[in-house]
Design a protein around this ligand. Structure first.
Ligand code: FAD
Length: 518
């Protein structure tokens, strides 16, 4: 059957070549002859689908073919073919939840869709005694969670949203409210199988091929395609007390957040398990897609709280516990809350199952999809801001540039640099504590998109002019100079690793870091 498909496709291509005056790219014929077990898709609808991502900001659509591998060997076959002369570009696509076309390919290359589909050979494999799980690089975190929970175990470090692929988040960092305590997801990986830009499969870890291991983690997909990741596990809690408290004063808010993350490494009973927060600048909570938490039964109306400068800050914390241990969880929470200086009347608590908490953003997704508000443009901006300048950022951006229209949640929470492995490719500011500030905005029309994109530029300009040394998370730049500046001290190593593992610069051209010349 496979041969028949190849013959038919080759026939179709030769027809195309004849009718389109030999304009069809040799990449296509190349890819059809590498003997894949999986699928090759050439239909316009498939090519268009991989040119769109969550950001919906560009849809250049330069892919010539989409490959759905049936095994890691298929990934090797495609990359090997791409590495040969004349080379062609190859990008892995996880779940396509990038903002700026990072998972797309430039220069008429091939996109490898890493999604597992229904393939059982890619299912997560849990090693209970060793406390880790081996997962396919295209696996979604929601499935990793469900598979490991069967054994009462779970990974330690998460993202807020679980419909992201393992390879996609490990290429960036993978951060959420657990990062202060466990580090980002890239700090919780034991081993990887990586198909490098030369088509070799290398197993790498802290002790074996460690250069590749550290380069790939946070490496924006520049050195190889992750086909397997070994992820650390811990016993999973069953329930979560989920708490939100409000502040009208930024410095009290940030002091409390910094105090809570300074408890990292303490026994679980002496700290929270998750620390995040968000900024409320407009009619925010009503329009905020994470607002379901505040129900009409809440004792205090948010609007009754006086916000200085029109801005409120919400600190979000959780305590994990096992069924039956409610009382001790409550005691631990009370002891910690006593040390915080929030607006007393603004304590909101809810209690949910562990999966419900981790999968909370998906609930918002379902609602937004229903309203037609999910598949819209997302001009997101994610910044790491050094602690020493976060007050200036508050004054200049939250109380200045933003005005009263943000069009989506603005997250803000601090992390400790010592939980990040400095050998990884991920870039953070040059201070021990830094904040994630995430402007997660949606634009339903061109005018709003223009307005929000302008505001993003203003924010970046403000940071530049005020010498606030921010680093972009999920970075997007278009010139080499900007990339060099982004990587700073890490650039020399990053560039050297590129020459070693992807010398033809065929991988992840959608990131626009290195120029690919066919
Ligand atoms: P894709 O967009 O498919 O790919 C991203 C990059 O990774 C591309 O360069 C691609 O080539 C590469 N890649 C994909 N698979 C592989 C692989 N197997 N091997 C090597 N490279 C690969 N991030 C956080 O850290 N924390 C959050 O809380 C968070 N929340 C989010 C919520 C939403 C709703 C969205 C849309 C994004 C969120 N993100 C968050 C950002 C997200 O982690 C990144 O955009 C991530 O890259 C998306 O994963 P993906 O599988 O969709 O990747």
């Amino acid at each position: 059957k496979k041969n028949l498909v190849i013959i038919l496709l080759s026939f179709a291509i030769s027809r195309l070549i004849l009718t389109e005056e030999l304009t069809v790219d040799p990449t296509l014929t190349e890819i059809l002859h590498v003997g894949l077990e999986g699928e090759v898709k050439l239909e316009a609808s498939e090519l268009e689908a991989v040119s769109l991502d969550f950001g919906r900001l560009s849809s250049k659509g330069e892919a010539l073919a989409v490959v759905r591998p049936a095994s890691a060997d298929d990934v090797v076959r495609v990359v090997k073919a791409a590495y040969n002369r004349p080379p062609f570009a190859v990008s892995a696509r996880g779940h396509g939840h990038s903002i700026n076309g990072q998972a797309d390919t430039r220069m008429k290359g091939v996109v490898i869709e890493m999604g597992r589909g229904s393939r059982v050979n890619f299912l997560p494999r849990v090693y209970e005694n060793e406390m880790y799980v081996d997962v396919w690089g295209g696996e979604l975190w929601i499935h990793v969670l469900k598979a490991t929970l069967e054994y009462g175990l779970a990974p330690m470090s998460w993202t807020d949203y679980l419909y992201l692929s393992v390879g996609g988040t490990l290429s960036n960092a993978g951060i959420s409210g657990q990062t202060f305590n466990h580090g980002p997801q890239i700090s919780n990986v034991f081993e990887l199988d990586v198909v490098t830009g030369k088509g070799e499969v290398l197993t790498c870890s802290e002790h074996h091929n460690s250069d590749l291991f550290h380069a790939v983690l946070g490496g924006l997909a520049q050195f190889g395609i992750i086909t397997r990741a070994r992820i650390a596990l811990q016993p999973a809690p069953q329930r979560v007390r989920w708490i939100r408290i409000l502040y009208s004063d930024f410095s009290t808010f940030s002091k409390d957040q910094e105090f809570l993350i300074s408890l990292h490494g303490k026994p679980a009973r002496q700290r929270f398990d998750y620390v995040e927060g968000f900024v409320i600048v407009d009619d925010g909570l009503v329009n905020n897609w994470r607002s379901s938490f505040f129900s009409s039964s809440n004792p205090v109306k948010i609007s009754s709280i006086n916000a200085e400068g029109g801005v409120l800050y919400c600190l979000e914390i959780t305590k994990n516990y096992h069924q039956g241990n409610d009382d001790s969880a409550d005691e631990e929470i009370q002891a910690l809350l006593k040390k915080l200086n929030f607006i007393e009347t603004s304590l909101f608590t809810t209690d949910v199952g562990y999966v419900d908490f981790l999968d909370r953003v998906h609930k918002a997704e379902v609602k937004l999809r229903y309203k037609g508000l999910w598949d819209v443009a997302h001009p997101w901006l994610n910044l790491f801001v050094p602690k020493s300048r976060i007050e200036d950022f508050d004054k200049g951006v939250f109380k200045g540039i933003l005005g009263n229209k943000t069009s989506g949640p603005i997250l803000i929470y601090p992390m400790n640099k010592n939980k990040w492995d400095h050998r990884s490719s991920a870039v953070t500011p040059d201070e021990e504590v830094f904040y994630l500030v995430a402007f997660l905005r949606s634009a339903v029309d061109a005018e709003t998109l223009e307005y929000l994109s302008n505001q993003n530029r203003q924010i970046l300009r403000f940071c530049h002019d005020s010498k606030i040394k921010v680093k972009q998370y999920l970075p997007h730049y278009t010139t080499l100079e900007e990339w060099k500046d982004h990587f700073g001290d890490k650039w020399t190593q990053f560039n050297a690793m590129k020459m070693q593992f992807d010398p033809q610069r065929i991988l992840a051209t959608g990131q626009r870091i290195f120029d690919f010349e066919p």
